[in-house]
Write a protein that binds this ligand. Structure first.
Ligand code: NDP
Length: 244
């Protein structure tokens, strides 16, 4: 029987690339989105047209009730949930003095609480099965901190702490929990940066280029595979050598 993967924030960017890769590898894929109905539907339609098994589900990961419903529907449709990829995320750039409480809460609620909500919602079915793989998407800014990204860096550092704690808690149940910390990846998340800003940034990356969403998807797929059965609680940096 095919395994099932749920990817949050799969309407575009890293999540969409991950959904495509898992579909090609024969998984049932749940494409979660929040606002981008059009791109999520387009992605699902093109995968279905190629014979792949997919469904979309709209849910704001920051909302526990919506997340619980999404997991219930996934279990109802596919019978089990084997892999959870907590990828949904939002960024915010600004001085701390310009960061309102509402901005801070939105970033923490989406990135950190969203990851918590999804992990919590899948835990009992994975524990009952005695297996499962959870892959959380942090950021290199969660490892080293980014100037003018206090809320984002805190949320991503929180994901690293959550990953390590949950890995210890769930290991006895046969579930692994790992984390990927991407560097500068070419997606719409960086569309606010000017060409000059991007060029300047890229010059500081040892491998001399941005990463692609496909490169992150490949690492996620590896951590979800049997090849990674003995890896848990780890943070895999994929950043072109920016953080060593
Ligand atoms: P994009 O902006 O391209 O995609 C973000 C995705 O997150 C979208 O699908 C969006 O869905 C979804 N999303 C946002 N808020 C919510 C929510 N409340 N509930 C459900 N889904 C939500 O970004 P990337 O693909 O670049 O980012 C993916 C992850 O990788 C993020 O966690 C990001 O922090 C992380 N990352 C990215 C880096 C980069 O350089 N690009 C570097 C390091 C980490 P919708 O549009 O439907 O709302």
């Amino acid at each position: 029987m095919s395994k099932t993967v749920l990817i949050t924030g799969a309407s575009k960017g890293i999540g969409a690339a991950t959904a495509i890769l898992f579909a090609q590898k024969g998984y049932n894929v749940v494409i979660n989105y929040n606002n981008s109905y059009e791109s999520a539907s387009l992605l699902a339609r093109s995968l279905s047209a190629n014979g792949y098994s997919v469904m979309t589900h709209k849910a704001n990961v920051a909302n526990k009730l919506e997340v619980d419903l999404m997991i219930k529907e996934t279990l109802y449709k596919f019978g089990s949930l084997d892999i959870l990829v907590n990828n949904a995320g939002v960024a915010y750039q600004g001085l701390i003095t310009d960061t309102d409480e509402i901005d801070f809460d939105r970033i923490i609620d989406t990135n950190l609480k969203g990851t918590f909500n999804c992990c919590k919602a899948v835990t009992s079915s994975m524990v009952n099965k005695g297996s499962g793989k959870i892959i959380n998407i942090s950021s290199m800014w969660g490892q080293v901190g980014a100037s003018c990204e206090v809320a984002y860096s805190a949320s991503k550092a929180g994901i690293i702490g959550l990953t390590k704690a949950l890995a210890k808690e769930l290991a006895p149940s046969g579930i692994t929990v790992n984390c990927i910390a991407p560097g500068l990846i070419e997606t719409s998340m960086n569309s606010n940066l000017t060409v000059e800003e991007l060029t300047e940034f890229v010059e500081t990356i040892p491998l001399g280029r941005m990463g692609s969403a496909d490169e992150i998807a490949e690492a996620i797929e590896f951590l979800a595979s049997d090849k990674a059965d003995y890896i848990t609680g780890q943070v895999l940096g994929i950043n072109g050598g920016y953080v060593i």
